[in-house]
Design a protein around this ligand. Structure first.
Ligand SMILES: NC(=O)c1ccc[n+]([C@@H]2O[C@H](COP(=O)([O-])OP(=O)(O)OC[C@H]3O[C@@H](n4cnc5c(N)ncnc54)[C@H](O)[C@@H]3O)[C@@H](O)[C@H]2O)c1
Length: 263
């Protein structure tokens, strides 16, 4: 347990962020949920408060650097010094081609998924530096490692992994660790909606993983909690895939010589 420590979770109103907020609260952190979704954020905070930890929702668009900076002040004023920061706010798009993609949506995707991660890391790392302590966990994806036809999203997740490495080196001398988790498909509201709309095929999704198991939000939250914890005190600058073996299975299953046990 970590009495009087505070964790910030952007995107904590839903999905992976909400699961991370609950898991970190169970580990003893007081929680600040930063999100544009007030209803979900209040629900996450209320559920955590019912377990006996302090939890507060702060309305914040992570694409707005000034707003993130103002909220960082408010979080530390209300809850105290932040020790852990998780950047789970994000948008998940549908398939597009590079030539036909909607450039306004592309711009917004980068503003939220990449620049939002930069803004959050900047504001909270600046406050961790004088204390010479902290852990940041960004949310990458299998998209950080492989090209998928999501041109507004996929390069942004590769950029999040590289940003994580840069920050790990920049902040390492202040004893602040920066790591990323890389989930495969996870059944959160955006994936549920895409399956319902026919934009994602669960048969195909389940068929390519090494394990016959699709990670749940709590599986991603467990990895986040590990990277945030002292058990990971010697780990910085990594992306930890939580992918049921997707990154290994996709090249293996498409080997030109055939897959022996599938023939
Ligand atoms: N679900 C998956 O399959 C999957 C796979 C790999 C990576 N991820 C990543 O995990 C993260 C969380 O995704 P999720 O599946 O939990 O989705 P989600 O929609 O359930 O949660 C995302 C949260 O981010 C918030 N958000 C969106 N724009 C924001 C903004 N401008 N400022 C603040 N908050 C904002 C939303 O309101 C929402 O609460 C994203 O970065 C996503 O790319 C998800």
């Amino acid at each position: 347990m970590c009495a009087n420590k505070v964790a910030v979770v952007t995107g904590g109103s839903s999905g992976i962020g909400a699961a991370a907020a609950s898991r970190l609260a169970a580990d003893g952190y007081d929680i600040a949920v930063l999100d544009v979704n007030a209803k979900g954020g209040e629900e996450t905070a209320t559920a955590i408060a019912a377990t006996g930890r302090k939890a507060r929702f702060f309305a914040c668009d992570v694409a707005d650097a000034k707003a993130v900076e103002a909220v960082a002040d408010a979080v530390e004023r209300d809850l105290g010094p932040v020790h852990v920061c998780v950047t789970a706010a994000g948008l998940i798009p549908n398939t597009e081609s590079v030539l036909d993609m909607d450039m306004a949506y592309h711009e917004r995707m980068w503003q939220v998924n990449y620049h939002g991660t930069v803004h959050t890391c900047q504001s909270f790392a600046r406050r961790m530096i004088p204390r010479q302590h902290g852990a940041i966990v960004t949310i990458g994806s299998i998209n950080s490692r492989m090209p998928l036809p999501l041109p507004a999203y996929n390069p942004g997740k590769a950029a999040v992994e590289r940003l994580t490495q840069l920050l790990a080196v920049e902040l390492g001398r202040h004893s602040i660790r920066v790591n990323s988790v890389g989930p495969t498909y996870v059944m959160t509201p955006p994936l549920r909606q895409k399956v319902a709309d026919g934009q994602r095929d669960m048969g195909k999704i389940m068929g390519v993983h090494a394990l016959p198991y699709l990670p749940e939000p709590k599986d991603i939250a467990d990895a986040i909690a590990f990277l945030a914890s002292d058990q990971a005190r010697a780990i910085t600058g990594i992306l930890l895939p939580v992918d049921s073996g997707w990154l290994s299975a996709v090249p293996y299953r498409t080997y030109a010589g055939g897959v022996p046990w599938e023939e």
